[in-house]
Design a protein around this ligand. Structure first.
Ligand SMILES: NC(=O)C1=CN([C@@H]2O[C@H](COP(=O)(O)OP(=O)(O)OC[C@H]3O[C@@H](n4cnc5c(N)ncnc54)[C@H](OP(=O)(O)O)[C@@H]3O)[C@@H](O)[C@H]2O)C=CC1
Ligand SMILES: Nc1nc(O)c(N)c(N[C@@H]2O[C@H](COP(=O)(O)O)[C@@H](O)[C@H]2O)n1
Length: 289
């Protein structure tokens, strides 16, 4: 029996205002999205196609000490069965799921939707940001699921061009090569050789290639960075598990923010709603711009 159960109508109603909009033909669509009035909040319009951007959902499961895994490299289960089911429901409602290579290597995730009724067509496209080609995709679960027809073949985002833009071993994946941002002037050390791609470039490229909605699942570096970019993010859905992982874990926390020489809050959610799913709490909101 599948460990993923169907959400109740009340759970679906709770999540619905935070899902990507759908076109009338049922296709997942990014467009000017009217976020409805709910919970006393004023209706507002969130522009999701201005500048050719997809609808972006940030979602992850956190402990009470804001950690998402016990330690780097340790795959850690935080979501209970109810929030796990929610994740699979959310996956089915997005065109793509994006993770960083720091998650792909230790977690070897499936990134498909095991939600009832999910078809290959409704599966999200797995996207892994792996600038330096560190990940061995051929031996991954993503490759296996794609070969078995249980998920779409992944797209990998790189900065290096050693392999050329060929399909991945005939099972339909793609390598997408994007330019990295220039290192700050004068930096020549090894640590300065980061190959960071602008998030607007990554997201616009996905949109150009037909991805209208992206569920960003992690890990800590990716989520923490995007929390500081409210202009790129439409909704945030956080599962809060009733546990503390303890010091030494992997923490989600955006970079500190300074305004007029003073430290201010780094990111804030607005339009927040929360609901209990089993033992976990789920908090939804939008980043304050
Ligand atoms: N509880 C939860 O919901 C989740 C937990 N996790 C956990 O998170 C941890 C992983 O987090 P973390 O190590 O931070 O890894 P990430 O998955 O955030 O990947 C980070 C790496 O991705 C690449 N990357 C990220 N952004 C960019 C960019 N803009 N341009 C180019 N490359 C980029 C870099 O690769 P490079 O180093 O090659 O430059 C970077 O080091 C794991 O322990 C995993 O289990 C993950 C997802 C969900
Ligand atoms: N929502 C959520 N809750 C947790 O407790 C998690 N550990 C994660 N991790 C994310 O899900 C990926 C695993 O997916 P599969 O079950 O293998 O399809 C993992 O890589 C993280 O992105 N998420």
């Amino acid at each position: 029996m599948s460990e993923v159960r169907e959400l109740s109508d009340a759970e679906k109603t709770f999540l619905e205002p935070y899902l990507p909009p759908r076109a009338a033909d049922g296709r997942k669509e990014a467009a000017t999205h009217n976020v409805r009035e709910q919970h006393g909040e004023t209706a507002e319009t969130v522009q999701t196609d201005g500048g050719g951007l997809p609808f972006v959902t940030l979602t992850y499961a956190s402990s009470l000490d804001s950690m998402i895994s016990l330690a780097p490299g340790i795959r850690t289960t935080l979501s209970g069965p109810e929030t796990k089911s929610m994740t699979h429901f959310l996956r089915m409602h997005h065109d793509a799921i994006l993770i960083g290579v720091g998650t792909a290597i230790p977690d070897n995730p499936g990134l498909n939707s095991r939600y009832l009724g999910a078809t290959l067509d409704s599966q999200p496209r797995p996207v892994v940001v792996d600038p330096k080609m560190r990940w061995d995709v051929d031996s991954s679960k993503l490759a296996q699921l794609a070969q078995e027809g249980q998920g779409k073949a992944p797209w990998l985002i790189h900065t290096r061009h050693e392999l050329g833009e060929e399909a991945l071993r005939g099972w339909g994946g793609r390598r997408v090569f994007l330019p990295s941002e220039a290192a700050p002037t004068g930096q020549t050390s090894e640590s300065a050789k980061c190959e960071t791609i602008a998030w607007s470039t990554i997201l616009k490229t996905l949109k150009r290639d037909g991805v209208d909605s992206v569920m960003v699942e992690g890990g800590a570096t990716v989520i923490s960075t995007l929390l500081s970019m409210p202009e790129l993010v439409n909704t945030v859905i956080v599962t809060i598990a009733p546990t503390w992982l303890g010091q030494g874990g992997v923490t989600v926390s955006p970079a500190p923010k300074v305004q007029a020489g003073e430290r201010v809050n780094a990111a804030k959610l607005q339009g927040t709603v929360w609901r209990q799913f089993g033992a976990d709490a789920v908090l939804c909101g939008r980043l304050q711009v």
